[in-house]
Design a protein around this ligand. Structure first.
Ligand SMILES: Cc1ncc(COP(=O)(O)O)c(C=O)c1O
Length: 401
């Protein structure tokens, strides 16, 4: 399949053929199949789930529950019972920090993260540590943007109660060695939370095979709708994840003085769910399952390699993140040009990139940077778009220098 075929799946590119969209790490575009799945649900299948005995509601419930199983298959989970629906990665991390970890932490315990984590996978752990007196241990990265694994290993000990790490750093593009981290964690019986926000679309997650304890991703970064996401919990911890938000739809029995809650994942989904969103997220997963994801990932990576080469020849341009194991996310800093000015200039050239801290302030502070310009490539991006970016950054440099 060529990228022309793939682009044809995304209505935004027929509406605006010249759009060079390189902000895929922030959110991806949606293919027709996803839009159609949600539209069809609202037009032909709309009903609330779990409560109705009539056919329309039963069909909506079946579809919603089927999505759990489809997504379980997509990430290599044993069953849909391991998949909770959330509003996204941020909520999934908060759920585990609050409803699993907080009650187990006390002074002398520690949680291990690293300096490059997205705020979503940093602040929730930081806050439970502050509240309980536990220590947040923050691993550093080396000059290429890779984790310093000797230091990382030394931070883990018998009192480590959680290790949280992104599969791929959203600012540096680094692919972290999660298998090695899981082995280190399990040696001291500590669970690992994998933030797969940047990897779920194109990387096999294999949660069961890799012995991942907790994992999260967001629907909108895998070509699905906003406001959707998942939380995977392994069988080992499934009955230890408590309710987070409480209310209707997640109970077994409610008395005047006490309530018995469903077990995971039912105990997470209080209130009316984002049913159309879950159906749209399932459609995105089915879409991805129909593509050769390995081939498409390699193509996006190959474009990124060429772009990095092109950019690195520009005087005063520094690539931020050059780890040997890197994805198709590229961050750079151009001396004397504020990232927002750079992104504004690129916008005038018809190129959409992100500029700023990318919700990784501890990382940017540690690098002494106010921000970076970030271009992120995915399945519908082309070699020509990569070349256009390099040419536009050269023009920016000539204009500013
Ligand atoms: C690595 C990583 N983690 C977490 C998030 C938060 O995702 P969401 O805003 O969809 O909850 C993002 C979003 O940019 C991310 O890149």
């Amino acid at each position: 399949m060529t990228e022309t075929d793939i682009r044809g799946d995304f209505p935004i590119f027929s509406q605006d053929p010249a759009l060079v969209y390189l902000d895929n790490a922030a959110t991806t575009q949606r293919p027709e199949i996803v839009l159609k799945a949600m539209d069809t649900f609202y037009r032909k299948g709309n009903a609330n789930i779990h409560r109705g005995v009539y056919d329309l509601s039963a069909r909506a419930t079946d579809h919603y529950e089927r999505a759990r199983h489809t997504i379980a298959g997509f990430i290599g989970a044993r069953s849909g019972e391991n998949i909770g629906f959330t509003s996204g990665t941020t909520e999934s991390v908060n759920i585990i920090a609050r409803s699993f970890l907080a009650g187990r932490l006390s002074e002398g315990d520690n949680v291990v993260v690293n300096i490059a984590e997205h705020h979503a996978n940093f602040i929730p752990w930081q806050q439970v540590c502050l509240e309980t007196g536990a220590e947040l241990r923050v691993a550093s990265i080396d000059e290429t943007g890779a984790l310093n694994m000797t230091e990382f290993a030394n931070l883990i000990d018998e009192r480590t109660r959680m290790i949280a790490v992104a599969h791929i750093s959203n600012t540096l593009g680094t692919i972290h060695p999660i298998d090695e981290i899981i082995a280190l964690a399990h040696a001291v019986n500590a669970p690992v939370f994998i933030d797969a926000a940047q990897s779920a679309a194109l990387y096999p997650l294999d949660v069961e095979k890799r012995h991942i304890d907790f994992l999260a991703f967001s629907g909108h970064k895998i070509f699905g709708p906003f406001g959707t996401g998942i939380l995977y919990v392994s069988d080992k911890y499934r009955d230890q994840v408590g309710p987070y938000s409480v209310g209707g739809g997640m109970i077994r029995d409610v008395g005047r003085n006490a309530t018995v809650f469903q077990s995971f994942p039912g105990n997470l989904e209080a209130g009316t769910a984002n049913i159309a969103g879950v159906i749209g997220m399932e459609a995105a997963v089915v879409y991805l399952q129909g593509l050769d994801r390995n081939m498409l990932r390699e193509k996006a990576d190959a474009i990124a390699v060429e772009v990095r080469k092109g950019l690195s020849g520009i005087p005063g341009l520094h690539l931020i993140g050059q780890a040997s194991n890197i994805s198709s996310i590229i961050s750079f800093d151009l001396e004397g040009v504020h990232p927002h000015d750079a992104a504004t200039f690129l916008n005038a050239e018809g190129i959409a990139v992100r500029a700023g801290m990318h919700c990784t302030q501890p990382l940017l502070d540690s690098l002494g940077l106010a921000g970076t310009v970030r271009a992120s490539f995915t399945i519908y991006n082309t070699v020509e778009e990569g070349e256009k970016l390099v040419e536009a950054v050269k023009k920016l440099h000539n204009f500013w220098a």
